[in-house]
Design a binder for this molecule. Structure first.
Ligand SMILES: Nc1ncnc2c1ncn2[C@@H]1O[C@H](COP(=O)(O)OP(=O)(O)O)[C@@H](O)[C@H]1O
Ligand SMILES: [Mg+2]
Length: 420
């Protein structure tokens, strides 16, 4: 069934003439950077954020607000927070309060120093690139706010990375800024975005108490929610009437959390975009379910290939993978140190009466699985004593993955007994 929509603004007509596409009207609406004009099913979260920040309006400088936002990937944490920040700034301007909003991605700005430099440059503060410590940069920022009677909301997106890679002192400095400056007027507030709360719970109690004041949880999207999100994108990005409802429903059902999907809006939008490109390539006037299916399998192909290579692993690399999975499940973290991994692996080996392989051999397995794309390794950053190898899985931990690993493992173990 094809919906009838006849809303072509002058701008849209010109834009589509320029793109020359019969499928897309404004393809950039589908990019991850695009901030949509509304956020279906995140209205409640926007309200919660506003309530948490009401003090800044009622008693500017009286408190430093701290909000923690957590939830899995693709649940709208980044887009909701950014939308809030920009709109909040405007609302305060009308009320005569000067506030700046700065959104920093801790994955990109990995150290306290880079992070403070990023905040400074967002405020267009001229800071010499060399010579100042993070503390001094923050002092410059603070003086700047003080002089202009301004307030600042800093969002630390992907804060998990900062916690995992920074020293206690750096984390402490960041979250307890006011003890550091002993300023009377509290000018800086924070929003911390995390994937889950486990990383925070590992922190010192004094640090934790500074962070965990308001906690807002983002749930994976259900199919009908994704449907609404996709509908908006279809209306803004595609030519009228080229994406039938059933295609949107099909994609929503793949990713809907209540239908066994991940609830990830990013992947749903990516699938929609790719389906459109495939339709265009096939000269189809409509984006059909078959195009969405093809898009979906392309997007999941990489994951599929990795699962294939797991099927071919020998017993001991599999045991290592099992150990990685155990640690993932037990601590809900996706990156573990080589030491922890080996310990867990040795534990499993003793349970099943296998002699654990030696350190160098284990390293070799890890290296091979990295080449196969199953796992990823990186060196730990500053802060942890000495450098250590950190290991993570390249595919999401799903029940399917666990079943697969357990099944192959059982097969290998059965064979072991036969060949004994
Ligand atoms: N409620 C929503 N309405 C519209 N678009 C959304 C919504 N939630 C997420 N998105 C879109 O889905 C993608 C992923 O959202 P993002 O905020 O990056 O998720 P997260 O930060 O939780 O991983 C982005 O393109 C974002 O614009
Ligand atoms: Mg994000």
């Amino acid at each position: 069934m094809v919906r009838v929509k006849v809303t072509s603004s002058i701008e849209d007509i010109i834009e589509s003439g320029l793109t020359g596409s019969l499928i897309f009207k404004k393809p950039n609406v589908l990019t991850p950077e695009h901030i949509p004009p509304r956020l279906p099913h995140r209205e409640e979260k926007l309200r919660e954020l506003t309530l948490a920040f009401r003090d800044v309006v009622e008693d500017p400088g009286g408190t430093s607000v701290r909000v923690v936002i957590f939830g899995p990937t693709g649940t709208g944490k980044t887009v909701t927070t950014k939308s809030f920040g920009y709109a909040f700034k405007e609302k305060l301007k009308v009320r005569g309060i000067k506030l700046e909003y700065v959104h920093v991605n801790c994955h990109r700005q990995r150290t306290l120093y880079l992070l403070t430099m990023e905040v400074a440059s967002s405020l267009k503060l001229p800071i010499p690139t060399r010579g100042l410590s993070s503390q001094e940069v923050f002092k410059v920022i603070h003086d700047y706010l003080e002089k202009r009677n301004m307030y600042l909301v800093i969002t630390l997106d992907e804060f998990d990375y900062f916690i995992n890679t920074s020293s206690q002192e750096d984390i402490y400095f960041l979250v307890r800024l006011y003890d550091e400056f002993s300023s009377v007027v509290r000018r800086v507030s924070y929003i911390f975005i995390l994937r889950d709360l486990v990383t925070v719970s590992a922190l010192d109690k004094s640090v934790k108490d500074h962070i965990m004041r308001n906690v807002i949880k983002f749930e994976p999207y259900r199919a009908f929610e994704l449907n609404d999100i996709l509908n908006d994108r279809v209306r803004d990005a595609f030519q009228p009437n080229v994406v039938p409802d059933e295609t949107i429903t099909f994609i929503s059902d793949i990713y809907g959390y209540d239908k066994g999907g991940t609830g990830n809006a990013r992947l749903a939008i990516e699938t929609l975009e790719l389906a459109g490109k495939i339709a265009e390539l096939r000269n189809s006037p409509l984006v059909l379910i078959e195009h969405a299916k093809e898009a979906n399998s392309k997007i999941n192909q990489e994951a599929g290939e990795i699962l294939d290579s797991i099927t071919n692993l020998e017993l001991h690399p599999l045991l290592l993978l099992k150990a990685l999975l155990n640690l993932n499940n037990r601590f809900r973290i996706d990156t573990v140190s080589m030491g922890k991994l080996e310990q867990e692996y040795a534990g499993i080996c003793s349970e099943i009466g296998e002699e654990p392989r030696r350190h160098t051999q284990v390293y070799e397995y890890v290296r091979r699985m990295k080449l196969m794309g199953i796992i990823n390794t990186k060196q730990s950053g500053k802060g942890t004593r000495g450098r250590t190898t950190l290991v993570s899985l390249n595919v999401p931990v799903t029940p399917q993955l666990e079943n697969l690993i357990n099944r192959i493992l059982r097969m290998r173990l059965d064979n072991r007994e036969e060949s004994d």
